[in-house]
Write a protein that binds this ligand. Structure first.
Ligand code: ADP
Ligand code: MG
Length: 578
C-alpha cells in the first residue's frame, strides 16, 4: 500500500484510544475535570464496571452556555493559554483532550450550568454524528454521562476485563483521589449499591477512615517539610501492614502518581519495619513547586518528571522514618496474666530477609553515633533529629530463662527478646563494616571453596557486587572458587562462612542490588545468641545501649515488636496499689 495521510476521523479515534484506555481512565479524566472545576462534591455512578454507563456529577463552576461546544472540541481547554504555562501546571488537566477523546469512543451527554446561569445546557454527542444541544433545568455544576464505552472500537471493547475487574480499578482510583482531596466529598455507586462515601472533612485521616476503615485507626501521621516541599500522609505502624501493596497511594499536588524513585524511597525508609511478607498501608501527599513537576511525560499523567528528584526522594525518606519513629510501644496488657502475643517469630537461625528494595541506604538504622561509612547517604537529607532513639535509657536487671532481658526504664519495666536485641546490634555492626572502613583483608593463603555448578554462572555476574563488599573471589576451575580477600568484620568470622553466606544469598535471588543488607541480616541472625544458650563475650548492658542507639524502632528485622513495656502505673494496679 502506498503511504497516505490518515483521514482525520481515523487519526482522532486512534489518538482518543490512547487517552481513554479503560473505564478507569475515563473516570479519571472526569474526576480531574470536576476537581479542576472546584467541586466540593463528586458523585460517580457505574454500571457493569463502567462499560455500559459512567456518570460523574459535580457541583463545580460549570461551563458557560456559549463555551459548551468548545469543551468537546479537540485541544480546547480553559486551563492553559501560553506555552510558558506548560512549565508551571497547577491544574490536573491541561491538554484539552479528554472530553473530545471520550466523544470519539462513546456516547457522551454533558449537562452543565454555572451557578450564575438560570438554565443548563445539555449536549449529546454520538460518535460520527453532529452534537445535539438543548436547554434543560439542572442544578449548578456538571454531569457527564458516558454510555457504551468503546462501542466504536469493537476490538477494544471485546478485550475489556470482566466488569468486576474494571469496577475494582475504578474503585482504587476513586480511593486515591479521595485521599488526596479530603476536603471533597466523594461518592461511588456501583450497580445501584453505595461503595464508598468520604466525609469531605477531617483531612487525610478523615478520608482514610472512609477508604480504609479497617486500617485507618492504626495509621501513623506523616508530616514533614524541607526546602523542596512538604509531605502529609499516613502509614502503617511498624510490624503491621498488609499481605499486598494494594493500599499504597502516593500523590503529587493532588495527582496520584507512580514515580519509581519515590516508591524506592518508601521501601528504603521502611526497610525492616514490617514483616518480610507485609506491605505498609500508606498514603503520602507531596506538595511541590509546580515548576519542579512535569506531568506532561505520559498520556495518563501518572508518571511525572521531577526536577529535584534527589531532594524529593530525601523528603519522602525523612518523613517516613520520622513517622515510624513516633510509634507508640504496644499498649500495656489489661491483665497481668494476659500478655499480648505477637505473630510467632521465625525460628532462630532462620535468616531474616529485609524486604526487597532497590535503593541503597538511608536505612531505618542510622550509624551508631554517626560513625564511619562515607557511603551513599543523600546529601540533601537533613542529618540530626532523626536519630532520637525510641527507647529511654534502660538499666539491666537481668536475664529470664536465657531468652528475655529484663530492664528498668524511667517509668516502666521493659522486657526485650534477647536474641533479637543481639541480632539487631550485630546487623548494625556488620552493615557498618560492609564495605570495610578498614582496608580489605587479603588472605595469606587464598581459600578454595567448592561450589555447586549452579552458582558458577551467577558468580561471574556477581563478582563486582562482591568486590563492593570487599569480598574478592574468582573462579578456580569447575566447581571451585578462590577467595582472595574478605571484609574486616567487628568480630572473628571464618572467611569461609562469610563467602558461603554471600554466595548462598546470590544464588537464592540472583540479584545483587540488596546484597549488603541481606548479607548483614543473614549473618546477624546466624550469629545472634539463641534462646537457652549463654551469651558469651558480650556485656548485656552494653548490648542494650547499642540496641537503643542503633534501633530507633522497637522492631526486629522481621518487623516484629521485640519490646514490651509494663508501665509502673499498670504494675501498681496489678498489685492493688494503684
Ligand atoms: P482539560 O481538562 O485538559 O482542559 P478536557 O477535555 O478534560 O480538557 O475539558 C475541556 C474543558 O472543558 C476544560 O478546560 C474545562 O474548561 C471544561 N470542563 C470540562 N469538564 C468540566 C467540569 N466538570 N466542570 C467545569 N468545566 C469543565
Ligand atoms: Mg480534563
Amino acid at each position: 500500500m502506498p503511504i497516505s495521510i490518515l483521514p482525520p476521523q481515523v487519526a482522532a479515534r486512534i489518538a482518543a484510544g490512547e487517552v481513554i484506555t479503560s473505564p478507569a481512565a475515563a473516570v479519571k479524566e472526569l474526576i480531574e475535570n470536576a476537581l479542576d472545576a472546584g467541586a466540593s462534591t463528586i458523585d460517580i455512578v457505574l454500571a457493569e464496571g463502567g462499560q455500559t454507563l459512567i456518570r460523574v456529577t459535580d457541583d463545580g463552576c460549570g461551563i458557560p452556555a456559549a463555551e459548551v461546544p468548545l469543551a468537546v472540541a479537540r485541544h480546547a481547554t480553559s486551563k492553559l493559554r501560553t506555552p510558558e504555562e506548560l512549565d508551571h501546571i497547577t491544574t490536573l488537566g491541561f491538554r484539552g483532550e479528554a472530553l473530545f477523546a471520550l466523544t470519539q469512543v462513546a456516547e457522551v451527554i454533558l449537562t452543565t450550568r454555572p451557578p450564575e446561569q438560570t438554565a443548563a445546557v445539555r449536549l449529546r454527542c454520538v460518535p460520527g454524528r453532529p452534537p445535539e444541544r438543548e436547554t434543560v433545568a439542572a442544578p449548578p455544576g456538571t454531569t457527564v454521562v458516558v454510555r457504551h464505552l468503546f462501542a466504536p472500537l469493537p476490538a477494544r471493547r471485546a478485550a475489556l476485563p470482566p466488569p468486576a475487574q474494571t469496577t475494582a480499578q475504578v474503585a482504587r482510583l476513586v480511593e486515591a483521589y479521595a485521599l488526596l482531596h479530603p476536603h471533597v466529598r466523594f461518592r461511588l455507586e456501583v450497580d445501584g449499591t453505595l461503595r464508598l462515601q468520604t466525609p469531605g472533612a477531617g483531612g487525610i485521616r478523615g478520608a482514610a477512615q472512609a477508604v480504609w476503615p479497617d486500617d485507618a485507626p492504626r495509621l501513623l501521621e506523616v508530616l514533614a517539610e524541607t526546602a523542596v516541599g512538604a509531605v502529609v500522609g499516613l502509614i502503617s505502624p511498624p510490624g503491621d501492614g498488609r499481605p499486598t501493596p494494594a493500599r499504597q497511594v502516593i500523590g503529587i499536588n493532588g495527582r496520584p502518581v507512580r514515580v519509581p524513585a519515590l516508591l524506592a524511597a518508601l521501601r528504603a525508609a521502611t526497610r525492616g519495619a514490617y514483616p518480610a511478607d507485609r506491605h505498609p498501608v500508606v498514603a503520602l501527599h507531596l506538595r511541590l513547586d509546580p515548576a519542579d513537576v512535569d506531568p506532561n511525560v505520559h498520556p495518563a499523567k501518572t508518571e511525572v518528571g521531577l526536577r529535584r528528584e534527589t531532594e524529593t526522594v530525601a523528603l519522602v525518606g525523612t518523613a517516613v522514618r520520622q513517622a515510624l519513629r513516633r510509634t507508640p510501644l504496644p499498649a500495656a496488657p489489661r491483665s497481668a496474666f494476659l500478655l499480648p502475643v505477637d505473630a510467632p517469630h521465625p525460628p532462630e537461625g532462620s535468616p531474616p530477609e529485609p524486604p526487597p528494595g532497590v535503593a541503597p541506604p538511608p536505612t531505618l538504622f542510622p550509624d551508631p553515633a554517626g560513625a564511619s561509612r562515607p557511603v551513599t547517604r543523600s546529601s540533601a537529607e537533613p542529618a540530626a533529629p532523626e536519630t532520637e532513639p525510641a527507647l529511654p535509657p534502660l538499666r539491666l536487671l537481668g536475664e529470664y530463662r536465657r531468652w528475655l532481658i529484663l530492664a528498668e526504664g524511667p517509668d516502666a519495666l521493659y522486657l526485650l527478646d534477647r536474641h533479637v536485641v543481639h541480632e539487631r546490634v550485630l546487623y548494625e555492626e556488620i552493615l557498618t563494616a560492609l564495605p570495610g572502613t578498614a582496608p580489605r583483608q587479603p588472605l595469606l593463603q587464598p581459600l578454595s571453596l567448592e561450589i555447586p555448578p549452579a552458582w558458577e554462572a551467577a558468580l561471574e555476574e556477581a563478582t563486582p557486587a562482591l568486590a563492593d563488599l570487599d569480598l574478592e573471589v574468582e573462579p578456580f576451575g569447575p566447581g571451585l572458587l578462590l577467595v582472595r580477600a574478605t571484609p574486616v568484620l567487628p568480630f572473628p568470622l571464618a572467611p569461609e562462612t562469610l563467602a558461603r553466606t554471600a554466595l548462598e544469598l546470590l544464588a537464592e535471588r540472583g540479584e545483587t542490588g540488596d546484597l549488603r543488607h541481606r548479607l548483614a541480616a543473614r549473618l546477624a541472625c546466624r550469629l545472634a545468641v539463641k534462646a537457652g544458650e549463654p551469651l558469651v563475650g558480650r556485656d548485656l548492658q552494653e548490648l542494650l545501649e547499642r540496641f537503643r542507639a542503633a534501633a530507633p524502632l522497637p522492631v526486629c528485622p522481621h518487623g516484629r515488636f521485640v519490646v514490651r513495656r509494663l508501665p509502673d502505673a499498670w504494675l501498681e494496679r496489678a498489685f492493688g496499689r494503684g
